[in-house]
Design a protein around this ligand. Structure first.
Ligand SMILES: Nc1ncnc2c1ncn2[C@@H]1O[C@H](COP(=O)(O)OP(=O)(O)OP(=O)(O)O)[C@@H](O)[C@H]1O
Ligand SMILES: Nc1ncnc2c1ncn2[C@@H]1O[C@H](COP(=O)(O)OP(=O)(O)OP(=O)(O)O)[C@@H](O)[C@H]1O
Ligand SMILES: [Mg+2]
Ligand SMILES: [Mg+2]
Lengths: 227, 227
């Protein structure tokens, strides 16, 4: 369970302030599948970055399973971030010097040595996202959509309980998008909590609930179908 | 007029070959508006990179206004690339150390000093893409969609005769996408040749003609409406 209580994220530059998130309170329950939507600059990535413990609120508090994240020490925070949360970044953040397989395994580097079982798992996930034959290629040898799929695979290597996907299908064609969304449906059926930022209405319809942001605040919350 | 005659682009890595473009012949006339579509990895960015003189064919020849690009000397090539072609990259390629206004002006740095008139023009274009109030921000202080719009503005600063847009709206919400496409409509009405790579069918419908690639070859060419 992840909960925001009056969370704001304010960027200050000289005299200017940008209220990327403005006094947001909301709750995401285990096993939920949300689409977070809204116009460019409305605060979607900011929200995901806070949820993924990559950034900190300016004001307010973020609770995970009842514990205030601000009270966690560095080891606990790293554990939470590295083991329980899978993050697909909007800009992929692949490491240019590593090949596809090594990029997928990067989250493991932070937790323990990859080992033999994990290389096999990484190959399996690469295959699931359609890149089984490209595992020794570097990011610059891949198309935009192929890079995005490496980012998806990397987010899944630790079998996270919470998947944060920031525009995970924006560079993918319709068929590949469908394959990725079917993978997300399977993961969700297995109990994964998924928050999916997207601009594509058709992608948003795949989630159970849709939250729309506007100017750093929640504009609306709706169910796609009864739960 | 841009013409490919039996153009291939082959990447060789050890024993492996990837035929990113495979013996493609096609012609784009001045004032055309094309959408280039196809699945991830089908060769769209590769085609645009060749058209934009950022890359060179492995085989075949690329002609611009009847002149083989391979015969151009470095100065002519730089002139063609810098003055006549505007390129919106799939990965934006903004310079982190420069602010929005300076990023928009980068293509001018290669041609001459920006001067006073050009700074005004850059502000005008920043305004046109909805970033008038953010011109002194750096890329990391912008959302994904905002960065994409800086890339669009930068491609327009030289008022190019040919605009190559690689997934230019993938990170934009519906309303911002519409605003950008209306801007493209205006530029096309003024005579600009536009080639727009997109995965979004609705965006593809805005072009006059649609070329679909598959496995590095042209699968189909169709008109959206009679010309
Ligand atoms: N530098 C490179 N070295 C090796 N292979 C490459 C290189 N660049 C692209 N490729 C390969 O060439 C093929 C075509 O790539 P391209 O980037 O043109 O695809 P695309 O149609 O733009 O795909 P997407 O929709 O995912 O952006 C892909 O299989 C890709 O992996
Ligand atoms: N590091 C930063 N410094 C200053 N302002 C920032 C920073 N990061 C984001 N912002 C601003 O905060 C607002 C929200 O940004 P955010 O990235 O959350 O938007 P978004 O909804 O993800 O947009 P997009 O759909 O374009 O990706 C934007 O106006 C953005 O420019
Ligand atoms: Mg974003
Ligand atoms: Mg591409």
């Amino acid at each position: 369970v992840a909960e925001f209580r009056n969370v704001s994220r304010i960027y200050r530059m000289g005299d200017n302030e940008v209220h990327a998130l403005d006094d947001v309170s909301c709750r995401f329950n285990a096993g939920d599948y949300w689409a977070i939507m809204g116009s460019s600059g409305s605060g979607k990535s900011t929200m995901l970055n806070l949820l993924g413990c990559i950034d900190r609120p300016t004001n307010g508090e973020y609770y995970v399973s009842g514990t205030a994240v601000s009270t966690l020490n560095d080891d606990d925070l790293s554990e939470l971030r590295g083991r329980h949360i899978g993050f697909i970044f909007q800009s992929f953040n692949l490491i240019p010097q590593l090949n596809v397989l090594e990029n997928i395994l990067v989250p493991r580097f932070y937790l323990e040595d990859p080992g033999i079982g994990l290389v096999e798992r990484a190959r399996d996930i690469a295959e699931r996202v359609g890149l089984g034959s490209r595992t020794d290629h570097r990011p610059r040898e891949l198309s935009g959509g192929q890079q995005q799929r490496v980012a998806i695979a990397r987010a899944l290597i630790n079998d996270p309980s919470l998947l944060l996907a920031d525009e995970a299908t924006g560079n993918l064609d319709t068929q590949t998008t469908e394959e990725i969304l079917e993978l997300f449906d399977e993961l969700h059926s297995d109990g994964m909590t998924i928050l999916l930022v997207t601009h594509e209405e058709e992608v948003g319809k795949r989630a159970e609930q849709v939250m729309r942001l506007k100017d750093g605040a929640i504009e609306s919350v709706a169910y796609n179908r009864p739960t």
